[in-house]
Design a protein around this ligand. Structure first.
Ligand code: AHM
Ligand code: MG
Length: 327
């Protein structure tokens, strides 16, 4: 049973309430999460104005991933950087849009966290006014920045996403369930919509780029074929933004997958700031995430922009996906 939402419980109040339950908590994570909320408000505002103010289209640059950078990718990145540059406890920012981690050395206080982000997830949706998101992961700063980053997903302190759709949502987990907040534009605050949301054990949604079917690795093709022959009917939903597809699966259950293919043997999605944070969300809501061969949260990253084959969703569908990889 899902817990009922109290009226107008703002993100900050919710975080402080949670913090009070943990006497050892210092409030530092609350401050970082508060900044994530601020980022969500600012990016959401840009999204709403983008078509009117000529913010769509490319910058002309190509990022470290070899992808053409859009104006809003660059804006999204600067919003995250500005938000954390002056937060005392954040020692570095890792972003899809930056070649290397940005080390923040200005403030005097001891740095406690590293923040990893995909500032705009679903960039190809930007120019057509469709849904996009932002993904974030918060990790402890232990040793050097590189040592802190190249750790398993199970080491994440908190993770989540923002979604800029019909409403702006903030979804996060700090290891004690998954909570959804919706931006109330009238008061300028994220307000609790769902506390401890649970993903159905088995679902109805299949989400993948079937245009790549012929190129996919064989287990992924066989899995897709098996769904078509299922007695149960699955509905195909694919938006071009992982955050939006996962959000739907969080409510309705099912599976999103972006497997390795002939063109991309290592997969497309990035482990540290796309796959691992969303895997934490899925697991905390009762779902799972896999490469087909391994639990995503257990992968020890070798490099910052590492890619992995990826499937995320309800336990039943993930188990079935893995079965095809075991064959
Ligand atoms: P991005 O962060 O550069 O936008 O890439 C990630 C996105 C996912 O959100 C989405 O599911 C996938 O890439 C779409 O890729 P494709 O157009 O190849 O289907
Ligand atoms: Mg992106």
């Amino acid at each position: 049973m899902q817990e009922k939402k109290p009226q107008h419980l703002t993100l900050n109040r919710f975080l402080v309430q949670r913090q009070l339950k943990h006497p050892e908590a210092t409030g530092e994570l609350t401050a970082v999460m508060d900044q994530i909320g601020k980022v969500g408000k600012i990016i959401s505002n840009y999204m709403r104005r983008a078509a009117l103010e000529g913010l769509t289209g490319l910058t002309g640059a190509v990022n470290v991933q070899g992808e053409k950078v859009k104006k809003l990718d660059e804006i999204g990145n600067s919003v995250f950087v500005e938000a954390f540059e002056y937060v005392d406890m954040v020692g570095a920012i890792v972003s899809e849009e930056m070649d290397r981690p940005l080390v923040i050395s200005s403030a005097n206080r001891k740095k406690k966290y590293v923040v990893l982000v995909d500032p705009i997830d679903g960039s190809s949706n930007l120019d057509v006014d469709c849904v996009v998101g932002s993904i974030f992961s918060i990790r402890n700063l232990k040793g050097s920045v590189e040592e802190s980053i190249l750790r398993k997903g199970t080491d994440q302190v908190a993770a989540g996403y923002l979604m800029y759709g019909t409403s702006t949502l903030l979804v996060y987990s700090a290891g004690d369930g998954v909570h959804i907040f919706v931006l109330d534009g009238q008061i300028g605050e994220f307000v609790l919509e769902h506390e401890n949301i649970r993903m159905p054990e088995r679902g109805k949604i299949v989400s993948s780029n079937f245009g790549n079917y012929r190129k996919w690795a064989q287990p992924a093709r066989e899995f897709a074929d098996s769904l078509a022959s299922e007695r149960e009917e699955y509905a195909l939903r694919y938006s071009g933004a992982l955050v939006a597809d996962l959000h739907q699966i969080l409510h309705l259950g099912g599976i999103y997958f972006y497997p390795e293919d002939a063109k991309r043997p290592e997969g497309k999605l990035r482990l540290l700031y796309e796959c691992a944070p969303l895997a934490m969300i899925a697991e905390q809501a009762g779902g799972a995430a896999t490469t087909g061969r391994a639990r995503v949260m257990d992968i020890h990253p070798e490099k910052v922009h590492q890619r992995v084959p990826y499937a995320i969703g309800s336990r039943y569908e993930i188990r079935r996906y893995e079965e095809f990889y075991r064959k």
